[in-house]
Design a protein around this ligand. Structure first.
Ligand code: ADP
Length: 478
């Protein structure tokens, strides 16, 4: 099959979160099944010279969007069996950061509209266009409008994946014609109209031939208003064409036996390197060097839905135990300040790294003992899977992909991969942390067995990539 994968971020070129990981690991997994897979993303200023030097210029063209005639440069890079296309327009993408600009609606409408032009420009007829999250939500909508005038798209079907329903792309009604280039017929209850505004994610859910989200449990949760953030009715209306598929990991990239950034490599048969990574991490972060004390880590955006209210609520009770705590992330000012202060309060025991730092994240995965993820909602979550690959035991709330990837440790059977709790309740979280810390100190053999089970669990794309192909085939047959 010919699959055109659209994403606003793709690792290793540019990344702010899990979407970039998925967009870098699912396409090669599909390609390895024998499919022709091409990925498209914006050419942001932040994409480094090591990638730009490998790109070739394909061509440039102009297209109309609303009243504007917009320039589009197209660059190409082939890597790991996948062709990547980069959409170049300096007005929109030569800026600091990826998101958060006043004209994000216009920037990603431009990107989505450019993606729809690419197949004609390279004379390639994809069977499926697969769009992701609000930034490319206009793709399935433009596809419907343009397939009658672009021959290369006449038979193309669309899949839309919700990676996080909290970010929907909601804009004022006035943006529809002028900025998105869509006439008022698109402003209807079965497409873009939403309480008087334009809601791009809603439109994509209706317009797509199939909708997926990133774990079976999250697909189920999205039927409830608590998780669906106002789109529960839209989900209910479209549930007949929706399913949840658990994300996989690139097992080569996330592999402590091959990771060159960490202090020492290790594998399930020889964990000595992990001990070296722990000491190196303690030294680098100014923590007391003590191989015996368990390090609890958090690596995530410091936002409410990641469960930081629970952590800040009982933080001092967590620290009553003999543990160290490392946090890496940026986000809401209140949480950033909390951890900055905590690091001052607990010198040598708490390390607050309020930044985005890929290399440090690898060192934390490798050097920590426990990964804490008390998320209020977690569509899939990759952090817990990466942690398990590195022998770091997860403590998670049973939601979304956390529930699907971290079966609870059962001391009687010795099975399971981590420590879990169900309610959004700080005491319940604390009890789960305490169970983990107790096992760490009291039964080293059981702890090591738990680490090894996580390290040897198959988190690859093998099964999930096949599930996507089944969906592509099903909609193309219809
Ligand atoms: P989300 O997509 O909601 O941000 P995921 O768990 O799916 O969460 O993916 C987060 C990814 O981003 C993981 O690969 C994680 O290691 C990485 N990450 C998150 N915060 C940081 C940070 N501050 N520095 C480096 N990597 C980070």
């Amino acid at each position: 099959m010919k699959i055109f994968f659209v994403s606003s971020e793709v690792s290793p070129f540019i990344k702010t979160g899990g979407l970039a990981d998925v967009a870098s690991s699912l396409p090669p997994a599909l390609a390895s099944l024998g499919h022709d897979v091409r990925v498209v993303l914006p050419l942001y200023a932040g994409i480094g010279d090591q990638w730009r030097s490998q790109m070739t210029f394909v061509k440039y063209f102009y297209f109309r969007l609303g009243w504007r005639s917009s320039y589009c440069g197209l660059f190409q890079l082939d890597r790991g069996g996948v062709t990547y296309y980069f959409i170049d327009n300096e007005t929109y993408f030569k800026r600091n950061g990826l998101y958060g600009h006043y004209d994000d609606g216009e920037r990603f409408a431009y990107f989505s509209r450019a993606c729809i032009e690419v197949p004609a420009q390279i004379d390639w007829s994809p069977d499926v266009i697969h769009a992701n999250d609000w930034e490319s939500a206009l793709v399935p909508i433009y596809l419907k409008d343009f397939k009658s005038v672009i021959p290369q798209l006449s038979k193309t079907k669309s899949v839309y994946t919700i990676h996080n329903i909290e970010y929907q792309g909601r804009f004022g009604r006035s943006i529809l014609e002028d900025v998105f280039g869509l006439d008022s017929s698109h402003f209807n209850e079965k497409l873009l109209s939403y309480y008087g505004d334009v809601n791009l994610m809603k439109g994509a859910i209706y317009a797509s031939d199939y909708v997926t989200t990133v774990s079976p449990t999250y697909a189920n949760e999205l039927q409830y208003s608590f998780y669906a953030h106002g789109l529960e009715g839209v989900i209910a209306d479209n549930y007949y064409k929706m399913t949840g598929i658990l994300n996989g990991l690139d097992m080569d990239v996330n592999n402590p036996a091959k990771d060159s950034i960490i202090a020492a490599q290790f594998n399930p048969d020889d964990l000595s390197g992990k001990a070296a990574c722990k000491v190196a991490l303690q030294k680098e972060l100014g923590l007391n060097v003590d191989p015996e004390v368990p390090i609890i880590a958090c690596i995530s955006r410091l936002v409410g839905h990641k469960g930081y209210d629970l952590i800040t609520n009982v933080f001092h009770r967590i620290m009553e135990q003999n543990v160290q705590f490392v946090v890496l992330g940026t986000g809401e000012w209140g949480f950033e300040e909390f951890f900055r202060n905590a690091a001052k309060q607990y010198p040598g025991r708490v390390s607050a790294n309020i930044k985005y730092a890929a290399a440090l994240s690898s060192k934390i995965y490798a050097g920590a003992d426990i990964m804490l993820m008390p998320s209020v909602a977690e569509p899939c979550g990759l952090t817990q899977m990466i942690a398990m690959r590195y022998g770091t035991v997860p403590v998670v709330r049973l939601t979304g992909g956390l529930k699907d990837s971290v079966p609870a440790y059962n001391p009687n059977t010795g099975k399971g991969l981590g420590f879990t709790f169900g309610n959004i309740n700080a005491d319940d979280m604390l009890a789960a942390i305490n169970r983990a810390v107790d096992l760490y100190y009291s039964d080293k053999d059981a702890w090591v067995a738990l680490m090894k089970r996580g390290m040897t669990t198959d988190f690859s794309w093998d099964k999930s990539a096949g599930d996507y192909v089944s969906i592509y085939e099903k909609i193309c047959e219809e």
